[in-house]
Design a protein around this ligand. Structure first.
Ligand code: HEM
Length: 270
């Protein structure tokens, strides 16, 4: 075709720019089993989306800190679209039968999504605090440093509550001054503050919008957890996980976790 570049001996090509040689060489199945490739790729794709989510949440955090709400909302909207992709991805994995999985499961050894540091970073940045999240990464000083930094810093929810306080909403001092490295505990004062925003939404429209963006994010996170749990149940039933947990039982419990608890409580109080 005339005008189309075809000589890349001295110019950057698509393959060069995207690092495709590295990316496409990163699937290293340990068995010759057909489905192992799907298993590896689905994890890698989700890890890539998590990388982008972490970047966007990092941006949202720094924007909220300086009251720059519009770019924060834009970043959170992008996170929501990514989450949709991640939830849909379970459909591809569910074409793998229990027998397909068992054909290569032993080769995984003790590796498990339990050790996904990017997933833990996301959870930590959203507000989760539990020292078990840091333990599998103790042998990696670089990863531990990244996780520890966020573990001791304000989460997205902490920043949201600080913003509410700056806007004159009565967030209790013990919530604002809490030890950031400990689990967040739901507080009636915070429920009341969100209640004001929902009842007087016209006066607090941007905070109201933020509240709904946070609920969207948590809702999608829960959908991801739920589809992970059901996909795992159809593939391994009640078998233990390769990471050593009870398996589906553990994943069901994880559905009870909430990053933004008062935003759920307030819905029943309006
Ligand atoms: C055949 C497919 C899969 C099975 C059987 C499976 C099974 C499990 C099990 C049993 C756990 C609990 C920990 C353990 O004991 O290992 C777990 C945790 C986890 N898995 Fe998967 N999984 C699968 C696919 C995936 C995929 C595609 C991802 C995407 C990255 C993923 C990410 C995670 C994460 C992040 C956790 C930690 C969850 C938490 O602690 O709340 N898993 N998985």
């Amino acid at each position: 075709m005339k005008g189309v570049e075809t000589d890349f001996s001295r110019k950057m090509s698509y393959t060069d720019y995207l690092g495709l040689d590295t990316l496409l060489a990163a699937q290293k199945p340990l068995t010759g089993q057909h489905d192992e490739n799907l298993f590896i790729i689905i994890h890698q794709v989700q890890e890539l989306w998590m990388k982008l989510m972490n970047t966007e949440i990092g941006l949202a955090l720094s924007c909220l800190r300086v009251d720059d709400l519009r770019p924060a909302f834009k970043a959170l909207a992008r996170v929501s679209r990514i989450q949709r992709q991640m939830v849909e991805a379970w459909d591809v994995l569910s074409t793998m039968t229990p027998a397909d999985y068992l054909s290569f499961r032993d080769s995984l050894g003790s590796s498990s999504g339990f050790q996904s540091w990017q997933y833990r970073l996301l959870e930590i940045r959203l507000g989760a605090r539990d020292s078990f999240m840091l333990k599998p990464h103790q042998h990696r000083a670089d990863l531990s440093a990244i996780l520890n930094e966020s573990f001791h810093a304000p989460s997205l929810y902490d920043e949201a509550l600080r913003l509410l306080a700056r806007r004159g909403l009565p967030i209790p001092a013990h919530v604002l001054e809490r030890d950031l490295a400990t689990p967040y505990e739901a507080d009636e004062g915070v429920v009341a503050a969100w209640g004001v925003i929902y009842r007087e939404s016209a006066a607090y429209f941007d905070l109201y919008e933020m509240a709904e963006e946070l609920v969207d994010l948590e809702d999608s996170f829960l959908q991801w957890r739920f589809r992970h749990m059901t996909t795992v149940e159809r593939i391994i039933g009640q078998r233990m996980g390769t990471g050593g947990s009870a398996g589906v039982g553990y994943l069901k419990q994880a559905l009870e976790r909430r990053f933004f608890p008062e935003l759920w409580t307030v819905r029943g109080r309006l």
